[in-house]
Design a protein around this ligand. Structure first.
Ligand code: GDP
Length: 294
């Protein structure tokens, strides 16, 4: 039941090159990960580009993830030496916490500046992450704008626009967009569940069936079972047919419209209607050991 998601659009190569240029002029990289799948939604390239810079990891969309699992991920990233917090970028509830975290990550640079007699030089940060992880939402929240440059428009070519806030933090107003790496098909699958893969290249029905099978295999089907009145003994494909019937998704001849049902399942998973579901747990946490590789 494995999908093969393999796609690296040309403009993403351009995005990487532009991000390489951007990252040279910042002191820290604020890397957004999806709290539901912090590994699959990460890109080792961002880490490589950000080497030598302070690392702030934001586990975004934590409102959709299992809270205890997110807490375990935070411990895991902190053990690696990163600053890490969880948040919901749509509200301003976590704004102060994020500011404090950025300030903590900036402390060493401020200290260095002070020793060299440099005063009041702002700390510069860039937000980076894969598509749809919430970069624009986070930048808007920080800058207090109701709408900024949303959509996947990468690039340094807009002549670096900075958003200044707090006393002395400057944020590059265009995020670094990087495509996830699909070395492992399981990664592509999770990224597709989250909606970070171009919908054009994914078969909706296949995606929904794969998702239901994944939830079943990993003991996370409870919410879907309840919501769709499933028995739990069906195959994933049968579940989809059940859901089509239940939701009245029928084609002209009265046959269940599984593609329509697939759309419902995917949307309801993504909006959290099937529960707060984490797709990944940090390894070793269950055994009380620390995970050092990510
Ligand atoms: P970008 O492609 O990384 O810039 O992502 P966007 O900022 O455009 O956000 C993609 C979608 O995720 C939008 O529909 C946002 O409203 C939504 N979103 C962003 N942050 C959060 C969050 O913390 N929680 C939830 N539930 N949705 C979020």
């Amino acid at each position: 039941n494995e999908m093969n998601v393999q796609w690296y659009p040309g403009h993403m190569t351009k995005a990487r090159r532009e991000m390489e240029a951007d990252v040279r002029i910042v002191d820290m990289v604020i890397e957004l990960l999806d709290a539901r799948a912090p590994m699959a939604s990460g890109n080792p390239e961002i880490r490589r580009l950000g080497q030598g810079k302070e690392r702030v990891i934001v586990l975004n969309k934590s409102d959709l993830a299992d809270a205890a699992t997110t807490a375990a991920w935070i411990r895991c990233f902190q053990a690696e030496g990163a600053h890490c917090i969880a948040m919901d970028a749509r509200g301003s509830g976590n704004r102060k916490l994020l500011m404090r975290t950025i300030e903590a990550a900036a402390a060493a640079k401020r200290e260095r500046d002070k020793k060299r007699g440099i005063l009041n030089r702002p700390v510069r940060a860039m937000v980076a992450g894969i598509p749809n992880v919430g970069k624009s939402t986070l930048i808007n929240m920080l800058s207090g704008r109701s709408s900024a440059k949303t959509g996947n428009k990468p690039g340094v070519t807009r002549g670096n626009q900075w958003i200044r806030f707090q006393q002395s933090i400057e944020l590059l107003d265009t995020p670094g967009i990087l495509w996830p790496k699909f070395e492992d098909p399981a990664i592509g699958e999770k990224i597709a569940f989250l909606g970070s893969v171009n919908e054009m290249i994914v078969d909706k029905t296949e995606l929904a069936v794969t998702l239901l099978a994944f939830l079943e295999t990993n003991g996370k089907l409870e919410g879907a079972k309840e919501r769709y009145q499933l028995k739990g003994t069906e195959t994933a494909a049968e579940m989809l047919t059940e859901i089509a019937r239940l939701r009245g998704c029928l084609m002209a001849g009265g046959e269940p419209d599984t593609e329509k049902a697939a759309g419902i399942v995917i949307n309801e998973f993504r909006s959290g209607a099937l529960g707060r579901i984490s797709l990944e747990e940090p390894e070793g946490e269950a055994h009380g050991t620390q995970n050092t590789e990510g």
